[in-house]
Design a binder for this molecule. Structure first.
Ligand SMILES: C[S@@+](CC[C@H](N)C(=O)[O-])C[C@H]1O[C@@H](n2cnc3c(N)ncnc32)[C@H](O)[C@@H]1O
Length: 275
């Protein structure tokens, strides 16, 4: 097993992380070194992102890339950084090896296997989308999760009462992971493989749409619109705080959706947009 570590300047770390997560959607280990931050991924030879791809993703923030062959404890290291998270006092999202909440009360216990796909609940953008979903006045009706990753948002939506819930991702591994996670959480989802960038232009729509994607893809959706009726509620994230105004502006201009709520955590932001 190899540990591929990318050290980047702290000032640009969040931007570099956003790019690195596109290469390593299952998540990265984060080690704080003060002026620099190290992001690490684990994998067998041939499974890791290539060095040119990593260098391009880190861009000017790059300080160093190192690869280390590691002993058998990689699995426990991997597990150590996928920890259970409680969101909005209502959701407990955990990997399968973590215990359910001791005193669940009204907490919904959601189990997400983080293997091959982005979305364990621990990333700020996933959390922000879940908080935005929890805050909606009238949960229910059809919902689409664009870029479903592990399926965490779609699974939570189904548990909260949206129906039918569908999800789409351009990674086959993500669609498969979402299917397995849906089974593990006993919810029925319509999960499909699809590419939001290279399809026929318009994104699938429903009265509620969640889209935790990076800024360029959100800008593409703002420009190309939705197939059929635009959503009555659109939750977007995957955005840096500094990018939120531009994306809110693009959806207002192109789709007539205005900003109803903005949530921020660290350098990340999520927007709730409505007609
Ligand atoms: C930031 S992750 C979000 C995952 C999950 N929805 C969550 O909130 O944790 C973005 C997801 O979008 C998917 N994605 C990226 N580009 C895409 C595209 N062009 N078409 C469809 N899905 C895409 C990625 O594979 C990834 O699973």
């Amino acid at each position: 097993m190899i540990r591929l570590a990318i050290r980047v300047a702290r000032a640009e770390a969040e931007v570099a992380l956003a790019e690195l997560l596109a290469l390593a959607p299952a998540g990265v280990e984060e080690v704080d070194h003060g002026e620099t931050v190290e992001y690490a991924v684990y994998g067998a030879e041939g499974e890791l992102p290539t060095l040119p791809a990593v260098r391009a993703a880190a861009g000017d923030a790059l300080v160093a890339v190192t690869t280390t062959r590691i002993a058998d404890d990689w699995a426990s290291r991997w597990r150590d950084f996928h920890v259970p998270v409680t969101i909005g006092g209502r959701l407990h999202v955990r990997p399968p090896w973590a215990d359910p909440p001791a005193d669940p009360g009204s907490l919904l216990d959601i189990v997400i296997e983080p293997n091959q796909a982005f979305g364990t609940g621990a990333h700020a953008t996933t959390r922000l989308c879940l908080e935005a979903l929890l805050a909606l006045d009238e949960p229910g009706g059809p919902l689409v999760d664009l870029g479903c990753g592990s399926g965490v948002l779609a699974i939570v939506a189904a548990k909260l009462g949206w129906n039918p819930v569908s999800g789409l991702d351009h990674e086959h591994t993500a669609v498969e992971a979402a299917r397995e996670n849906a089974r593990a959480n006993a919810v029925t989802l319509d999960l499909r493989h699809g590419d939001l960038l290279h399809g026929d232009g318009a994104a699938p729509s429903a009265p509620t749409v969640v889209a935790n994607l990076l800024r360029p893809l959100l800008a593409h959706i703002a420009e190309n619109g939705f197939a059929g009726e635009p959503p009555r509620t659109l939750i977007v994230s995957g955005l840096l705080r500094t990018e939120a105004d531009a994306i809110a502006g693009a959806f207002a201009r192109e789709q007539g959706l205005r900003e109803q709520a903005r949530r921020e955590h660290g350098d990340w932001a999520a927007l709730t947009l409505v007609p």
